[in-house]
Design a protein. Structure first.
Length: 209
């Protein structure tokens, strides 16, 4: 169908034979399975912040927060999929895959945490790696790995980063972590293993070989 004149076209044309408008064919999204690392960062105490801050000032504050978080994510090779309320969802490994996507995500998380005091907000962060479906028109990534990353963020305290088991395996000795008790999270039959991120070092030893 021509989007300019609305006529139904019988065949393939570069230009509409009725109105002459150029026609473009949108290639269908190609879904595929990929292993990615997902990061969620959500502002804590937003209700209290809203009560104590002028609406225009709050909007400006959150705009600075979103802009800074997006800049950090992109500087580490990730993509911000969307903003959900006061939360940022980012994906590492889409569309371009890097061997160290998990480490990139963890480094981004640490930098995001360190940037929060200057922005005047507190936030909690969850990072998780797993197989997802990518290439859908609506979202960059869909799957259990996304849900677990969100649950890890929700289980974290203000200023805390919780990292999932598969992400920890991939980053190896490049991070310093503190184990936490198995987490009972909504939607998961079994407890979820995670650790609290304390610091990020260099390249993990298995990537140096």
């Amino acid at each position: 169908m021509c989007t300019n004149c609305g006529r139904t076209l019988d065949g393939e044309f570069a230009f509409c034979p009725y109105c002459g408008a150029a026609l473009t064919v949108k290639a269908p999204a190609r879904e595929q399975r990929k292993t990615v690392t997902v990061l969620f960062c959500d502002v804590t105490g937003s209700t209290a912040l809203g009560e104590s801050t002028d609406p225009e000032a709050l909007r400006a504050l959150l705009a600075r927060y979103f802009d800074r978080m997006k800049t950090i994510v992109e500087s580490h090779g990730g993509i911000v999929e969307k903003f959900i309320g006061d939360a940022v969802m980012a994906v590492f490994g889409v569309p371009q895959v890097h061997e160290d996507d998990a480490l990139r995500a963890v480094r981004a998380a640490a930098e995001m945490r360190d940037a929060l005091p200057a922005l005047g907000v507190q936030a909690r962060i969850g990072v998780n790696t797993g197989e997802v479906v990518t290439g859908t028109e609506e979202r960059l990534a869909t799957g259990d790995a996304v849900n677990v990353a969100a649950r890890l963020e929700q289980a974290a305290q203000a200023g805390e980063i919780l990292v999932g088991e598969e992400t920890l395996r991939l980053v190896g000795d490049a991070v310093e972590v503190q184990p936490v008790e198995l987490l009972e999270v909504k939607g998961k039959a079994d407890p979820v293993a995670a650790a609290r991120l304390l610091g990020v070092g260099g390249v993990p030893s298995h990537l140096l070989r």
